[in-house]
Design a protein. Structure first.
Length: 128
Protein backbone atom coordinates (compact mmCIF):
# COMPACT_ATOMS: atom_id res chain seq x y z
CA UNK A 1 0.00 0.00 0.00
CA UNK A 2 1.42 3.37 -0.95
CA UNK A 3 1.22 6.65 0.93
CA UNK A 4 -1.64 9.12 0.64
CA UNK A 5 -1.69 12.75 1.75
CA UNK A 6 -4.79 13.55 3.81
CA UNK A 7 -6.62 10.79 1.93
CA UNK A 8 -5.60 12.03 -1.53
CA UNK A 9 -2.63 12.09 -3.87
CA UNK A 10 0.87 13.02 -2.71
CA UNK A 11 2.06 16.44 -3.94
CA UNK A 12 4.79 16.52 -6.61
CA UNK A 13 7.16 18.62 -4.45
CA UNK A 14 6.88 16.40 -1.36
CA UNK A 15 10.63 15.90 -0.90
CA UNK A 16 11.16 19.67 -0.66
CA UNK A 17 9.83 19.30 2.91
CA UNK A 18 11.97 18.09 5.81
CA UNK A 19 9.61 15.33 6.94
CA UNK A 20 6.05 14.38 7.75
CA UNK A 21 3.70 13.12 10.44
CA UNK A 22 1.78 10.01 9.46
CA UNK A 23 -0.95 7.65 10.60
CA UNK A 24 -0.81 3.93 9.77
CA UNK A 25 -4.15 2.17 10.27
CA UNK A 26 -4.71 -1.57 10.55
CA UNK A 27 -7.91 -2.11 8.54
CA UNK A 28 -8.82 -5.31 10.41
CA UNK A 29 -8.49 -4.05 14.00
CA UNK A 30 -8.72 -0.28 13.31
CA UNK A 31 -5.57 0.22 15.43
CA UNK A 32 -3.71 3.39 14.53
CA UNK A 33 -0.06 4.27 14.82
CA UNK A 34 0.96 7.93 14.68
CA UNK A 35 4.58 8.78 14.03
CA UNK A 36 6.99 10.99 12.14
CA UNK A 37 9.49 10.34 9.37
CA UNK A 38 12.13 12.49 7.72
CA UNK A 39 12.65 12.39 3.96
CA UNK A 40 16.44 12.25 4.26
CA UNK A 41 19.07 11.04 6.69
CA UNK A 42 22.78 11.61 7.13
CA UNK A 43 25.10 9.75 4.80
CA UNK A 44 28.74 9.95 3.77
CA UNK A 45 30.53 10.20 0.46
CA UNK A 46 34.26 10.15 -0.28
CA UNK A 47 35.39 13.13 -2.36
CA UNK A 48 39.08 13.44 -3.27
CA UNK A 49 40.00 11.03 -0.49
CA UNK A 50 38.04 12.92 2.17
CA UNK A 51 34.85 11.85 3.83
CA UNK A 52 32.03 14.33 3.22
CA UNK A 53 28.67 14.37 4.99
CA UNK A 54 25.66 14.35 2.64
CA UNK A 55 21.88 13.78 2.87
CA UNK A 56 20.49 10.53 1.42
CA UNK A 57 16.95 9.18 1.11
CA UNK A 58 15.56 7.72 4.34
CA UNK A 59 13.57 5.04 2.53
CA UNK A 60 10.28 6.66 3.53
CA UNK A 61 8.44 5.18 0.54
CA UNK A 62 8.55 1.66 2.02
CA UNK A 63 8.43 2.66 5.71
CA UNK A 64 5.89 1.04 8.06
CA UNK A 65 6.87 2.57 11.41
CA UNK A 66 9.43 1.65 14.05
CA UNK A 67 7.02 -0.17 16.37
CA UNK A 68 7.95 -3.88 16.45
CA UNK A 69 4.35 -5.06 17.00
CA UNK A 70 3.20 -3.00 14.03
CA UNK A 71 6.00 -4.39 11.87
CA UNK A 72 5.07 -7.97 12.86
CA UNK A 73 1.42 -7.28 12.00
CA UNK A 74 2.39 -5.92 8.57
CA UNK A 75 4.53 -9.01 7.96
CA UNK A 76 1.82 -11.40 9.19
CA UNK A 77 -1.29 -9.78 7.69
CA UNK A 78 0.23 -8.20 4.59
CA UNK A 79 0.70 -4.58 3.63
CA UNK A 80 -2.69 -4.48 1.87
CA UNK A 81 -4.39 -4.63 5.30
CA UNK A 82 -2.95 -1.22 6.26
CA UNK A 83 -3.40 2.36 5.11
CA UNK A 84 -0.55 4.87 5.32
CA UNK A 85 -1.67 8.49 5.40
CA UNK A 86 0.57 11.56 5.63
CA UNK A 87 -1.24 13.96 7.96
CA UNK A 88 1.15 16.95 8.01
CA UNK A 89 4.13 17.96 5.86
CA UNK A 90 6.79 19.72 7.95
CA UNK A 91 9.61 22.14 7.18
CA UNK A 92 11.85 21.28 10.15
CA UNK A 93 12.67 18.57 12.68
CA UNK A 94 11.06 20.56 15.50
CA UNK A 95 7.88 21.08 13.49
CA UNK A 96 7.67 17.29 12.94
CA UNK A 97 8.06 16.69 16.68
CA UNK A 98 5.40 19.29 17.51
CA UNK A 99 2.80 17.93 15.08
CA UNK A 100 3.47 14.29 16.01
CA UNK A 101 2.91 15.08 19.71
CA UNK A 102 -0.14 17.21 18.91
CA UNK A 103 -1.81 14.44 16.87
CA UNK A 104 -1.01 11.76 19.45
CA UNK A 105 -2.66 13.73 22.25
CA UNK A 106 -5.62 15.07 20.27
CA UNK A 107 -6.43 11.64 18.84
CA UNK A 108 -6.50 10.08 22.31
CA UNK A 109 -3.66 7.72 21.41
CA UNK A 110 -2.27 7.79 24.92
CA UNK A 111 -3.08 6.38 28.36
CA UNK A 112 -2.65 7.77 31.84
CA UNK A 113 -1.58 5.37 34.58
CA UNK A 114 -0.80 6.89 37.96
CA UNK A 115 -0.39 10.27 36.31
CA UNK A 116 2.35 9.06 33.94
CA UNK A 117 1.75 9.23 30.20
CA UNK A 118 2.84 5.93 28.72
CA UNK A 119 1.03 6.16 25.41
CA UNK A 120 4.00 7.55 23.54
CA UNK A 121 5.66 4.17 23.98
CA UNK A 122 2.67 1.97 23.36
CA UNK A 123 0.67 3.99 20.83
CA UNK A 124 -0.12 0.97 18.73
CA UNK A 125 -0.65 -1.62 21.45
CA UNK A 126 -3.71 -0.01 23.05
CA UNK A 127 -5.62 0.03 19.77
CA UNK A 128 -6.08 3.79 19.52
Amino acid sequence: MSWTYNGGAIPENIESYYGFVYCITNLLTVRKYIGRKYFTKAGYKTVKGKRKKIRVSSGWESYYGSNKVLQMDVEKLGADQFTRDIMVLCNSRSECSYWETYHIFTSGAYSLISGITIGLLVRYLNGT
